[in-house]
Design a protein around this ligand. Structure first.
Ligand code: AHG
Ligand code: MN
Ligand code: MN
Ligand code: MN
Length: 335
């Protein structure tokens, strides 16, 4: 009957936030409106990605480097601007920090301090973006605190335990938005005919163990011996399969549903690894824990890690709790 279908199609992100919070308070309304803006950002980026090959100047490199020393793609810049634009005149977010900005961007007009701060990776897996392979956007929301008079954004240097919401958008065969506000992990699929993200999976539970291990084995000889021992273990034992896409969001999404572990360990040259805490490892760790999984730096839970600077990096071992524990056991054996 169409009532059921109609009700299902009306379970949009904004409505789901109210359902989650069982409240229509001002805070609930703010978070609902904020998630709707994130959804708009996802739609704008998905639209450009789907036509990038046909648009002059949408693909390729900008020729400049970001604060990480990475060469920036045109899509990185576009997506970065999208998140800023959707929060202007929103009165919701007064500060945004991202992989592509050296310092946080302030939204000065009529947005009082003390609102939300958005931390985001506008395009994750940008090495895939010119070859039409999955990429994502990662976001984390926390309460903006303090005046930050010295402009060092020191109040942003908090652990993931302070996050109010986190999630990602996966630009794949379908565009999906996965989020949590601390009450489980839920997935929405974009219905292009409606232009709405519609609830597709609720209360997603990550299996306690899974067959997938996801790592860039090209770094094998740069890793610590304990990580090499773990990789040798999965090579020798039946039941493991390697999957690695070059986009953390896609590799995490697979593990969220099918179980297993993703690892981006430190190397001899970069002991803290490549992935950034505030807008890559912490938001995904928030989701992993909410879904019954785990995320570790190898020596501590990711959510307990406190950054010393905005673009601080951490090693990442994330996924099913049994698989994360197995990797940690190899690390502890050798420490
Ligand atoms: P970004 O495109 O935002 O810089 O992130 C890329 C990250 C992550 O998405 C992916 O898992 C990892 O870099 C891949 O790194 P390697 O190419 O070194 O494996
Ligand atoms: Mn990058
Ligand atoms: Mn990234
Ligand atoms: Mn990125």
């Amino acid at each position: 009957d169409y009532e059921y279908a109609l009700d299902h199609d009306c379970t949009t992100l904004s409505r789901h936030v109210f359902q989650q919070l069982q409240s229509f308070s001002a805070d609930a309304q703010d978070l609902s409106a904020l998630m709707s803006r994130i959804a708009l950002a996802g739609k704008l980026i998905a639209r450009r990605l789907s036509r990038a090959g046909l648009m002059e100047g949408a693909l390729g490199f900008t020729g400049s480097e970001n604060v990480q020393g990475e060469s920036v793609k045109k899509m990185d810049v576009y997506a970065n601007e999208v998140f800023i634009s959707v929060f202007k005149q929103s009165g919701l977010v007064c500060r945004l920090a991202s992989e592509e900005m050296e310092k946080p961007y302030y939204i000065p007009e009529n947005c009082p301090l003390g609102r939300y701060t958005l931390l985001y990776d506008p395009i994750d897996g940008s090495s895939n973006v010119d070859i039409n392979i999955n990429v994502g956007s990662i976001f984390a929301v926390c309460q903006q605190e303090g005046e930050d008079l010295d402009g060092t954004a020191s109040d942003l240097l908090q652990s993931g335990r302070k996050l109010l919401a986190a999630g990602y958008i996966l630009y794949g065969p379908s565009t999906m938005l996965i989020y949590s506000i601390g009450k489980g992990v839920h997935a929405f699929t974009l219905d292009p005919s409606l232009g709405e993200f519609i609830l597709s999976s609720e209360n997603i539970r990550m299996p306690d163990h899974g067959p997938i291990y996801s790592a860039n084995e090209g770094n094998f000889w740069q890793w610590d011996e304990s990580i090499r021992d773990y990789i040798r273990y999965v090579h020798r034992h039946e039941g493991y399969t390697a999957r690695y896409s070059g986009a953390l969001v896609g590799d995490f999404h697979r593990i969220l549903f099918q179980g297993g572990v993703f690892l981006y360990p430190g190397t001899v040259k970069k002991p803290e690894g490549k992935l950034r805490l505030l807008y890559e490892t912490a938001p995904l760790a928030f989701l992993a824990e909410q879904a019954g999984g785990r995320a570790s730096t190898g020596t501590q839970d990711i959510l307990d890690a406190v950054p010393d600077k905005l673009h601080a990096r951490t090693p990442l071992i994330i996924g099913s709790k049994e698989d994360v524990a197995l990797v940690e056991s190899f690390i502890h054996e050798r420490s």
